[in-house]
Design a protein around this ligand. Sequence first.
Ligand SMILES: NC(=O)c1ccc[n+]([C@@H]2O[C@H](COP(=O)([O-])OP(=O)(O)OC[C@H]3O[C@@H](n4cnc5c(N)ncnc54)[C@H](OP(=O)(O)O)[C@@H]3O)[C@@H](O)[C@H]2O)c1
Length: 227
Amino acid sequence: MRFIAVLLSLLFVAQSAAETIAVIGTGRVGSALGTELAAEGHTIVYGSRDPTTEAVRDLVARTGDGTTARLQSKAVAGADIVILAVPGMLAGDITKNLGDLSGKIVIDPTNPLNFTAEGVSHGVPTSNGEIIQAAAPDAFVVKAFNVLSWEYMIDPARSGGPISIPLAGNDETAKARVAEIVASLDLHPIDLGPIDHSRWIEGMAILLIHNNFTPLPAFNFHLREVQ
Ligand SMILES: NC(=O)c1ccc[n+]([C@@H]2O[C@H](COP(=O)([O-])OP(=O)(O)OC[C@H]3O[C@@H](n4cnc5c(N)ncnc54)[C@H](OP(=O)(O)O)[C@@H]3O)[C@@H](O)[C@H]2O)c1
């Protein structure tokens, strides 16, 4: 009897952890997170400007059973969680165009990159985390994944050690759920506070990217929590 009760509770936990996730944008980050989260049992709905292209159809097939692709504003309708894997300088407008996101967790991996002759700078006066939260005031926005290149989202082990993913968000429950999702991908979540701390987290991404667009030496870094 006790065995059956344990089995049932495990089934319940597994079911409640599997959600429908709308991944908006089918580029490098969208593809990496979509395929990895599908492998964890989530149902993925890609949101694309054109869900009929061969590239999007290939991605849907690669992501696996139950995956679909729809127009961006349609993809969010039945989703519990929305991932905004879109160009950073457009993220606020794209969020507004998605329609009502009330009650949904919105994961923001974007970086507002301003390309200039001198390299790359932070392209907004505040942060995309705050801009997206303002564009969807009744959603629970959590900044995550923006300091990690897409290759490491697929294969964190290639870094040679644990990778911490900084999170920022105003809702503790949403942040805890995103932390679970991060951990399910063999990454280590680290809470950096409220959504306005996205400014510093986006600054970390600018630091990481800037030299690639200058004659200065390129480099990589991974956050690792002090043990
Ligand atoms: N590349 C990385 O390793 C990395 C790592 C961490 C964070 N980020 C950040 O994550 C975000 C996505 O990066 P990415 O490398 O995946 O970019 P990407 O490969 O260029 O993909 C972005 C996707 O957004 C959609 N999109 C493009 N223009 C759009 C528009 N005008 N309106 C609506 N949707 C549009 C497209 O999907 P559809 O064609 O299907 O519409 C496109 O494939 C960026 O903000 C970036 O800074 C990137």
